[in-house]
Design a protein around this ligand. Structure first.
Ligand code: NAD
Length: 491
């Protein structure tokens, strides 16, 4: 069977993945039997249908999470860690199947999907280890009158809302710390990529996570379904990854119930190449920062600022690398750049490129969406991009690299920091002290200093300004799902 034949088979024939809602430890259809179609962005073909939940199903999931909350919080950290470690091993065993599933429903190249599965599994391992290392504190009150005891309690029922661009990793980055902390959860994955979320749930079920601890609600109507969960008085936390626009909506909804909020929102990452940078390293880093997932990452390098003395050499190297990428269906082993997630994403990228060109930018390669089938956009390099081009101010979310030439480092900072978003910045220089000095003045939660990849389960991932609230990964990601309780005591 050829790759194309393989891709045209219904996904259920290729991979054993449940397609119903997962509530209270059982797989069940949505109320009224509604279904939602999941398509392959490489062909437009329907891969499968999954249950399409309504608000009654959302409430049933909160019922299940609330019913399981007390018993789960009472389990030992070691028990929870053992289950998470089992999930880590199962995810590794299933990595090829999961990677294929991600490529099929999301479109990303298999190599990227494999990378995602490995990254996603690491959250289970990291939080299995981290969950048993949580320490409280005990100390004297400054007055000397009494002692201060601090311990951590699970925040309670947590609603986890995830995007389509990393359907496995964005789910495990939330599920693992929540479960390690002793919280019960409801995962609401993106409608474009529900199959991966359901496969992750099946894996946790197999690992032995009890019914009700993780529930999964797939839906085509995220607004009312998430609202029903956030306004339910039993819900205590919302952890969201997605656009800043939707993040704002959820923060407003969460305000009424004064929910704990963790928000991982949009980015607009600058990629800065100073005159003394190692150019080969900068180009390698640029390809990782720009092209992981075909540019559909919140951490994607959105705009390149390259010192005039190395600008032409950098552009030449970038064009050569971008032009050499093989574009095709993600699930085809030879592909290096898959399609975008859907046609709307292609239209948005196309609009931003056209706007830049109208304002005077030049497309050195790419720059035009091909005719269908599939939601493809070619790797594109833009030069002479003027400061008012929308592509420098808005998240591109596609394989487009706009390059801006700069002369003076002092002029650069106000320009790169002139954005409401502050997720990550990339900086290349051979002078480490200079790099660290500049990094401190970059307004972003993360900096890749001579690195095109910052994500690591052991590091606090998150943004400043309108890129988010809170952090995921590291100990900080665990603390998001905990409340400090302090006991004033005398003895
Ligand atoms: P999105 O905001 O459209 O959707 C994210 C999730 O929110 C999905 O599950 C969606 O169904 C749900 N949603 C949409 N409208 C909703 C509503 N009214 N109420 C409740 N839920 C709603 O984002 P997307 O297009 O899926 O993902 C791309 C965005 O995610 C980009 O902006 C990207 O930067 C961001 N992102 C951020 C991070 C991070 O860690 N900071 C990671 C990945 C993606």
């Amino acid at each position: 069977m050829t790759v194309v034949d393989e891709l045209l088979r219904p996904v259920a024939d290729v991979i054993d993945v449940p397609t119903d809602l997962y509530v209270a430890g059982s797989w069940r259809p949505a109320t009224g039997g509604r279904r939602l179609e999941v398509s392959d962005p490489a062909t437009g073909a329907v891969l499968a249908t999954v249950a399409d939940a309504g608000t009654e199903d959302a409430t049933a999931a909160v019922d299940a999470a609330a019913a399981a909350a007390r018993d789960w919080a009472a389990t030992s950290p070691r028990h929870r860690a053992d289950l998470l470690m089992r999930a880590f091993h199962l995810m590794h065993e299933r990595s090829e199947e999961l990677a294929l599933l991600i490529s099929l429903e999301n479109g990303k190249a298999l190599a990227d999907a494999r990378g995602e599965v490995a990254y996603a599994a690491e959250f289970f391992r990291w939080y299995a280890e981290e969950g048993v290392r949580l320490r409280g504190q005990v100390g004297h009150a400054p007055s000397g009158a009494n002692r201060l005891l601090v311990t951590y309690q699970p925040v309670g029922v947590s609603v986890l809302v995830t995007p389509w661009n990393f359907p496995a990793a964005m789910a495990t980055r939330k599920i693992a710390p929540a479960l390690a902390a002793g919280c019960t959860t409801i995962l609401k994955p993106a409608a474009e990529t529900p199959l991966t979320a359901l496969a992750v749930a099946a894996l946790l079920e197999e690992a032995g996570v009890p019914g009700g601890v993780l529930n999964v609600v797939t839906t085509s109507r995220p607004g009312p379904v998430v609202e029903a969960m956030l306004t339910d008085p039993r819900t205590r936390m919302v952890s969201f990854t997605g656009s800043t626009e939707v993040g704002r909506v959820l923060l407003r909804t969460a305000a009424d119930g004064v929910l704990k909020c963790a928000m991982e929102l949009g980015g607009n990452a600058p990629f800065i190449v100073l005159a003394d940078a190692d150019l080969e390293a900068a180009l390698e880093g640029a390809m990782v920062a720009k092209m992981r997932n075909g540019g559909q990452a919140c951490t994607a390098a959105n705009r390149f600022y390259v010192h005039a003395s190395v600008h032409d050499a950098f552009v030449e190297g970038l064009i050569a690398r971008m032009a050499a990428l093989r574009v095709g269906p993600g699930a085809d082993e030879a592909t290096q750049c898959g399609p975008l997630v859907n046609d709307a994403a292609v239209r948005k990228v196309d609009l931003l490129v056209r706007d830049a060109v109208q304002r005077g930018a030049r497309a050195m390669i790419g720059g035009r969406a091909p005719d269908g089938p599939g939601s493809f956009y070619p790797p594109t390099v833009l030069v002479d991009v003027p400061p008012d081009a929308r592509v420098l101010r808005e998240e591109v979310f596609g394989p487009v690299a706009p390059v801006v030439r700069f002369e003076r480092e002092d002029d650069l900072l106000p320009v790169v920091n002139d954005t409401d978003l502050g997720l990550v910045s990339y900086l290349y220089t051979r002078d480490l002290a200079r790099g660290l000095h500049l990094a401190e003045r970059l307004e972003s939660g993360m900096v890749g200093l001579n690195r095109g990849l910052v994500s690591d389960p052991a590091a606090p991932f998150g943004g400043t300004k309108q890129s988010g609230l809170g952090r995921e990964g590291s100990t900080e990601g665990l603390l998001e799902f905990l409340e400090a309780q302090y006991v004033a005591t005398s003895w």
